[in-house]
Design a binder for this molecule. Structure first.
Ligand SMILES: Cc1ncc(COP(=O)(O)O)c(C=O)c1O
Length: 346
């Protein structure tokens, strides 16, 4: 089935694709991964995931390169991050080999939906691990289902890549508690932030910046992306137990070091914001979103502004950040040498 999709305007929406790949863990073993054509699955209404959020997920991308090859960007890193979450949830989780194999199977089964080279579009892969045995008791799941979905995506925000956006510091809601779950990609981490996002969007802010929930003086991360800034020749990113270890951030740090920049992974106080020339959110969905303005308020809906930090231009991404973006996108597209062997080809 050849798809007639408008590759230029895919956005970030769910599309009906050919198949998903499913494996189930029961009685101590994972079933052989299966190609499942029906995207609607039957789940017992007592499944732990539906009640207690016994669940974690991942997000990574597959790209069709300039040379026609299909590349997955660092799926081994996502596999290991899911394993960390699985250990935290005390749930069975796929081996790195099984995770990568199922991601590759998913791309293969949905090749018609993999955007061609040149549209700044890709296939977003969503591996999901859920507790699926019926349960009322508050316990970890004994039966687990692992599903890998693939979905063609373009621009996350509907704007051209590297379009700067504004952000607000969130002081009336905390994303992650000290010693909490912030550094794991648990499904339960996300729903609680949606209300804050709705309020921020209604107030005219695209992004929310979270600070440490104990003192609210140190930068953690944005709602679904890490924070990094450029200061002189340094790449600065927060060291915090509460942020998700972003694979994009890790890759950008390596590229910054390759370019001879100093990489500073350390506590970043909010009070340092005005010392940065470029500030960005980074993550798989967009790689880099330049942040041109961060507003600080007691609550998102407050009219009183207690801090207003402006970085570079409202129109264009900073030069260093754009260079890092182009390098990582080039590696994904096969136009820049993959010197660290990050991509796995189909
Ligand atoms: C809370 C949070 N931080 C950061 C990221 C970025 O991580 P990555 O670069 O691995 O996509 C994500 C997205 O996965 C996220 O949900």
């Amino acid at each position: 089935m050849k798809q007639n999709l408008d590759w230029n305007n895919l956005g970030f929406e769910v599309r009906e694709t050919n198949a998903v790949i499913v494996s189930k863990f029961k009685d101590g073993v994972w079933s052989e991964p299966e190609v499942v054509k029906d995207l609607n699955m039957v789940l017992n209404v007592y499944s732990g995931v539906l009640h207690y959020a016994n669940s974690c997920f991942e997000g990574l991308k597959a790209f069709r390169g300039v040379d026609g090859k299909v590349r997955l960007f660092r799926p081994d890193e996502n596999a290991r991050r899911m394993q960390r979450a699985g250990v935290f949830l005390d749930m069975a989780y796929p081996s790195e080999e099984m995770f990568v194999k199922m991601c590759l199977m998913c791309v293969k089964e949905n090749l018609d939906f993999l955007p061609p080279y040149g549209y700044n579009a890709s296939m977003y892969l969503r591996p999901l691990l859920i507790g699926s045995n019926p349960q009322l008791n508050l316990l970890t799941s004994t039966e687990v289902t692992f599903i890998v979905m693939g979905n063609p995506v373009g621009s996350y925000s509907g704007t051209a890549s590297l379009t700067p956006v504004n952000a607000v510091i969130c002081r009336d809601f905390d994303r992650a508690a000290p010693n909490g779950t912030g550094s794991y990609k648990l499904s339960a981490n996300y729903a609680p932030s949606f209300r804050a996002y709705n309020r921020a969007h209604a107030a005219g802010y695209k992004e929310i910046l979270f600070t440490d929930s104990l003192t609210h003086t140190k930068i953690d991360e944005f709602g679904s992306s890490n924070f990094f800034a450029i200061k002189g020749n340094s790449y600065v990113t927060p060291l915090s137990d509460s942020v998700l270890p972003s694979i994009t951030n890790k890759s950008l740090q390596q590229l910054a070091a390759d370019f001879g920049m100093r990489v500073e992974k350390r506590v970043v106080p909010v009070s340092e914001l005005d010392e940065f020339s470029e500030v960005n959110a980074c993550g798989t969905a967009v790689v880099i979103t330049p942040i041109w303005n961060i507003v600080d308020k007691a609550t998102i809906e407050d009219s009183a502004i207690i801090g207003n930090h402006v970085f570079g231009s409202k129109e264009v991404c900073g030069k260093t950040s754009a260079m890092l973006y182009n390098t990582i996108r080039g590696i994904q597209d096969g136009t820049v040498e993959d010197a660290h062997s990050w991509c796995i080809t189909l």
